[in-house]
Design a protein around this ligand. Structure first.
Ligand code: F6R
Length: 248
Protein backbone atom coordinates (compact mmCIF):
# COMPACT_ATOMS: atom_id res chain seq x y z
CA UNK A 1 0.00 0.00 0.00
CA UNK A 2 1.37 3.40 -0.92
CA UNK A 3 0.51 6.71 0.69
CA UNK A 4 1.08 9.90 -1.31
CA UNK A 5 0.71 13.42 0.01
CA UNK A 6 -0.13 16.55 -1.97
CA UNK A 7 -0.28 20.14 -0.73
CA UNK A 8 -3.76 20.92 -2.05
CA UNK A 9 -7.01 19.18 -3.01
CA UNK A 10 -6.57 20.10 -6.65
CA UNK A 11 -2.97 18.84 -6.71
CA UNK A 12 -4.06 15.47 -5.32
CA UNK A 13 -7.03 15.15 -7.69
CA UNK A 14 -5.02 16.19 -10.76
CA UNK A 15 -2.25 13.75 -9.83
CA UNK A 16 -4.87 10.97 -9.72
CA UNK A 17 -6.17 12.05 -13.13
CA UNK A 18 -2.62 12.00 -14.48
CA UNK A 19 -2.12 8.47 -13.14
CA UNK A 20 -5.36 7.35 -14.82
CA UNK A 21 -4.23 9.05 -18.05
CA UNK A 22 -0.89 7.27 -17.88
CA UNK A 23 -2.63 3.88 -17.47
CA UNK A 24 -5.03 4.74 -20.30
CA UNK A 25 -2.19 5.58 -22.69
CA UNK A 26 -0.41 2.31 -21.87
CA UNK A 27 -3.61 0.22 -22.06
CA UNK A 28 -6.20 1.85 -24.35
CA UNK A 29 -8.68 -1.01 -23.69
CA UNK A 30 -8.48 -0.52 -19.93
CA UNK A 31 -11.46 -1.44 -17.76
CA UNK A 32 -12.01 1.36 -15.26
CA UNK A 33 -13.98 1.26 -12.03
CA UNK A 34 -15.33 4.75 -11.40
CA UNK A 35 -16.70 6.69 -8.44
CA UNK A 36 -18.88 9.77 -8.10
CA UNK A 37 -18.96 12.49 -5.46
CA UNK A 38 -17.44 15.89 -4.80
CA UNK A 39 -13.94 14.41 -4.48
CA UNK A 40 -14.01 13.11 -8.06
CA UNK A 41 -15.15 16.33 -9.74
CA UNK A 42 -11.63 17.78 -10.27
CA UNK A 43 -10.40 14.34 -11.41
CA UNK A 44 -12.97 14.22 -14.20
CA UNK A 45 -12.40 17.90 -15.01
CA UNK A 46 -8.71 17.16 -15.58
CA UNK A 47 -9.40 14.00 -17.60
CA UNK A 48 -11.74 15.99 -19.85
CA UNK A 49 -9.05 18.68 -20.27
CA UNK A 50 -6.44 16.04 -21.16
CA UNK A 51 -8.84 14.57 -23.70
CA UNK A 52 -9.55 17.99 -25.23
CA UNK A 53 -5.80 18.61 -25.45
CA UNK A 54 -5.56 15.44 -27.56
CA UNK A 55 -3.54 13.57 -24.96
CA UNK A 56 -5.94 10.75 -24.13
CA UNK A 57 -8.75 8.87 -25.80
CA UNK A 58 -11.46 6.88 -24.07
CA UNK A 59 -12.58 5.28 -27.34
CA UNK A 60 -11.67 1.75 -26.23
CA UNK A 61 -12.39 2.09 -22.51
CA UNK A 62 -15.00 0.08 -20.63
CA UNK A 63 -16.17 1.46 -17.30
CA UNK A 64 -18.15 0.20 -14.32
CA UNK A 65 -19.38 2.62 -11.69
CA UNK A 66 -19.47 1.66 -8.06
CA UNK A 67 -22.99 2.57 -7.15
CA UNK A 68 -26.37 4.18 -7.78
CA UNK A 69 -29.25 5.32 -5.59
CA UNK A 70 -32.23 3.01 -5.47
CA UNK A 71 -35.32 4.68 -6.88
CA UNK A 72 -33.66 7.33 -9.04
CA UNK A 73 -34.13 6.93 -12.78
CA UNK A 74 -30.95 7.37 -14.85
CA UNK A 75 -32.31 10.63 -16.32
CA UNK A 76 -32.68 12.21 -12.88
CA UNK A 77 -29.88 14.80 -12.71
CA UNK A 78 -29.05 13.61 -9.18
CA UNK A 79 -28.55 10.01 -10.27
CA UNK A 80 -24.98 8.80 -10.53
CA UNK A 81 -25.62 7.86 -14.18
CA UNK A 82 -26.50 11.49 -14.95
CA UNK A 83 -23.59 12.74 -12.89
CA UNK A 84 -21.14 10.56 -14.82
CA UNK A 85 -22.66 11.61 -18.14
CA UNK A 86 -22.39 15.31 -17.37
CA UNK A 87 -18.97 15.22 -15.68
CA UNK A 88 -17.19 12.77 -17.99
CA UNK A 89 -18.95 10.50 -20.44
CA UNK A 90 -20.68 13.19 -22.52
CA UNK A 91 -17.47 15.25 -22.64
CA UNK A 92 -15.07 12.61 -23.97
CA UNK A 93 -15.00 10.06 -26.80
CA UNK A 94 -16.09 7.07 -24.71
CA UNK A 95 -18.56 4.61 -26.25
CA UNK A 96 -21.46 5.06 -23.83
CA UNK A 97 -22.71 1.55 -24.52
CA UNK A 98 -19.62 0.38 -22.64
CA UNK A 99 -20.21 2.60 -19.60
CA UNK A 100 -22.04 0.70 -16.89
CA UNK A 101 -23.65 2.16 -13.78
CA UNK A 102 -25.75 0.02 -11.43
CA UNK A 103 -29.47 0.36 -12.12
CA UNK A 104 -31.34 1.77 -9.15
CA UNK A 105 -34.74 0.93 -10.59
CA UNK A 106 -34.58 -2.81 -11.22
CA UNK A 107 -37.45 -5.00 -10.05
CA UNK A 108 -35.11 -7.81 -9.02
CA UNK A 109 -32.00 -6.26 -7.41
CA UNK A 110 -30.53 -9.66 -6.53
CA UNK A 111 -30.59 -10.80 -10.14
CA UNK A 112 -29.21 -7.43 -11.21
CA UNK A 113 -26.32 -7.72 -8.72
CA UNK A 114 -25.32 -11.11 -10.12
CA UNK A 115 -25.58 -9.77 -13.66
CA UNK A 116 -23.38 -6.75 -12.86
CA UNK A 117 -20.75 -9.06 -11.37
CA UNK A 118 -20.92 -11.27 -14.47
CA UNK A 119 -20.55 -8.25 -16.75
CA UNK A 120 -17.41 -7.17 -14.88
CA UNK A 121 -15.98 -10.69 -15.19
CA UNK A 122 -16.86 -10.87 -18.89
CA UNK A 123 -15.09 -7.55 -19.47
CA UNK A 124 -11.97 -9.19 -18.04
CA UNK A 125 -12.21 -7.65 -14.55
CA UNK A 126 -11.45 -4.13 -13.42
CA UNK A 127 -7.91 -3.00 -14.17
CA UNK A 128 -8.04 0.24 -12.20
CA UNK A 129 -10.63 1.09 -9.55
CA UNK A 130 -11.01 4.68 -8.41
CA UNK A 131 -12.40 5.11 -4.90
CA UNK A 132 -13.44 7.96 -2.66
CA UNK A 133 -14.09 7.36 1.01
CA UNK A 134 -17.02 8.26 3.25
CA UNK A 135 -16.60 10.08 6.54
CA UNK A 136 -17.50 6.78 8.20
CA UNK A 137 -14.92 4.84 6.16
CA UNK A 138 -17.34 3.52 3.54
CA UNK A 139 -16.07 2.55 0.09
CA UNK A 140 -18.62 2.38 -2.67
CA UNK A 141 -21.70 2.42 -0.48
CA UNK A 142 -20.42 -0.37 1.74
CA UNK A 143 -21.29 1.12 5.09
CA UNK A 144 -19.73 0.07 8.43
CA UNK A 145 -20.53 -3.57 9.19
CA UNK A 146 -20.43 -4.63 5.53
CA UNK A 147 -18.96 -8.07 4.86
CA UNK A 148 -15.53 -7.88 3.21
CA UNK A 149 -16.65 -10.64 0.82
CA UNK A 150 -19.88 -8.87 -0.23
CA UNK A 151 -20.74 -8.53 -3.92
CA UNK A 152 -22.99 -6.08 -5.79
CA UNK A 153 -26.25 -5.67 -3.87
CA UNK A 154 -28.71 -3.20 -2.36
CA UNK A 155 -27.70 -1.65 0.96
CA UNK A 156 -29.18 0.77 3.49
CA UNK A 157 -27.33 4.06 3.78
CA UNK A 158 -26.25 5.46 7.14
CA UNK A 159 -27.65 8.73 8.45
CA UNK A 160 -24.20 10.38 8.20
CA UNK A 161 -23.96 9.39 4.53
CA UNK A 162 -27.45 10.73 3.80
CA UNK A 163 -26.58 13.99 5.52
CA UNK A 164 -23.21 14.30 3.74
CA UNK A 165 -24.91 13.80 0.35
CA UNK A 166 -27.95 15.98 1.02
CA UNK A 167 -26.22 18.94 -0.66
CA UNK A 168 -26.94 17.23 -4.00
CA UNK A 169 -30.64 17.01 -3.07
CA UNK A 170 -31.18 20.66 -2.26
CA UNK A 171 -30.70 19.99 1.45
CA UNK A 172 -33.29 17.17 1.52
CA UNK A 173 -32.14 13.63 2.32
CA UNK A 174 -31.21 11.37 -0.64
CA UNK A 175 -32.83 7.97 -1.19
CA UNK A 176 -32.07 5.74 1.79
CA UNK A 177 -30.82 2.77 -0.24
CA UNK A 178 -28.23 2.23 -2.95
CA UNK A 179 -27.08 -0.54 -5.25
CA UNK A 180 -23.34 -0.87 -4.74
CA UNK A 181 -20.46 -3.06 -5.75
CA UNK A 182 -19.40 -5.06 -2.70
CA UNK A 183 -16.07 -4.91 -0.94
CA UNK A 184 -15.34 -8.32 -2.49
CA UNK A 185 -16.01 -6.85 -5.96
CA UNK A 186 -13.72 -3.91 -5.22
CA UNK A 187 -10.92 -6.15 -3.90
CA UNK A 188 -10.96 -8.13 -7.18
CA UNK A 189 -9.67 -5.04 -9.04
CA UNK A 190 -6.05 -5.24 -10.12
CA UNK A 191 -5.14 -1.74 -8.94
CA UNK A 192 -7.01 0.55 -6.55
CA UNK A 193 -6.55 4.30 -6.16
CA UNK A 194 -8.19 5.97 -3.17
CA UNK A 195 -8.54 9.73 -3.34
CA UNK A 196 -9.44 11.42 -0.06
CA UNK A 197 -9.42 15.18 0.33
CA UNK A 198 -10.47 17.66 2.98
CA UNK A 199 -10.56 17.70 6.77
CA UNK A 200 -13.87 15.78 6.93
CA UNK A 201 -12.01 12.68 5.68
CA UNK A 202 -9.08 12.88 8.11
CA UNK A 203 -10.47 10.51 10.75
CA UNK A 204 -11.60 7.96 8.16
CA UNK A 205 -8.17 8.05 6.49
CA UNK A 206 -6.36 7.57 9.81
CA UNK A 207 -8.65 4.71 10.82
CA UNK A 208 -8.28 3.08 7.40
CA UNK A 209 -4.51 3.22 7.38
CA UNK A 210 -3.60 2.92 11.04
CA UNK A 211 -6.54 1.31 12.89
CA UNK A 212 -7.49 -2.33 13.27
CA UNK A 213 -8.72 -4.09 10.14
CA UNK A 214 -12.44 -4.32 10.84
CA UNK A 215 -15.82 -4.10 9.08
CA UNK A 216 -16.50 -1.15 11.40
CA UNK A 217 -14.29 0.79 8.98
CA UNK A 218 -14.90 -0.80 5.56
CA UNK A 219 -11.86 0.87 3.92
CA UNK A 220 -9.56 -1.12 6.22
CA UNK A 221 -10.33 -4.08 3.91
CA UNK A 222 -8.09 -2.38 1.36
CA UNK A 223 -5.08 -3.27 3.52
CA UNK A 224 -5.58 -6.87 2.32
CA UNK A 225 -5.07 -5.84 -1.32
CA UNK A 226 -1.59 -5.95 -2.87
CA UNK A 227 -1.88 -2.85 -5.08
CA UNK A 228 -3.58 0.10 -3.38
CA UNK A 229 -2.44 3.71 -3.28
CA UNK A 230 -3.88 6.52 -1.18
CA UNK A 231 -3.71 10.05 -2.61
CA UNK A 232 -4.20 12.63 0.14
CA UNK A 233 -4.20 16.39 0.48
CA UNK A 234 -2.76 18.28 3.46
CA UNK A 235 -6.04 18.18 5.37
CA UNK A 236 -7.02 14.55 4.89
CA UNK A 237 -3.47 13.26 5.27
CA UNK A 238 -2.44 15.09 8.43
CA UNK A 239 -0.90 12.62 10.86
CA UNK A 240 -0.36 9.85 8.29
CA UNK A 241 3.17 9.16 7.05
CA UNK A 242 4.05 8.82 3.36
CA UNK A 243 5.56 5.68 1.97
CA UNK A 244 4.80 2.03 1.37
CA UNK A 245 3.27 -0.61 3.60
CA UNK A 246 3.01 -4.32 2.77
CA UNK A 247 -0.50 -5.80 2.36
CA UNK A 248 -1.63 -7.48 5.61
C1 F6R B 1 -19.46 7.34 -4.80
C2 F6R B 1 -19.04 6.46 -3.72
C3 F6R B 1 -18.77 6.97 -2.35
C4 F6R B 1 -18.02 8.30 -2.34
C5 F6R B 1 -17.87 8.79 -0.91
C6 F6R B 1 -17.21 10.15 -0.84
O1 F6R B 1 -19.60 6.66 -6.01
O2 F6R B 1 -18.93 5.29 -3.95
O3 F6R B 1 -18.04 6.00 -1.62
O4 F6R B 1 -16.77 8.13 -2.92
O5 F6R B 1 -19.14 8.86 -0.30
O6 F6R B 1 -18.05 11.09 -1.42
P1 F6R B 1 -17.58 12.60 -1.63
O7 F6R B 1 -16.48 12.56 -2.63
O8 F6R B 1 -18.79 13.32 -2.13
O9 F6R B 1 -17.11 13.09 -0.30
Amino acid sequence: MQVKHFPTTVAAAYAVADRIAERLKATPKIVLGLATGVTMEPVYERLVALHRAGEISFANVTSFNLDEYVGLPPVDPRSYRSTMDSQLFDLVDIDKSRTFVPDGLVADPKAFGSRYEAMIREAGGIDLQLLGIGRNGHIGFNEPGADFAARTRVVDLEKSTLEANSAFFGGALPPTQAMTMGIGTILDSREIIVLATGATKRDAVRASLLGDITPDCPATALRRHPNVSWWLDAESGAGVASGSLAAE
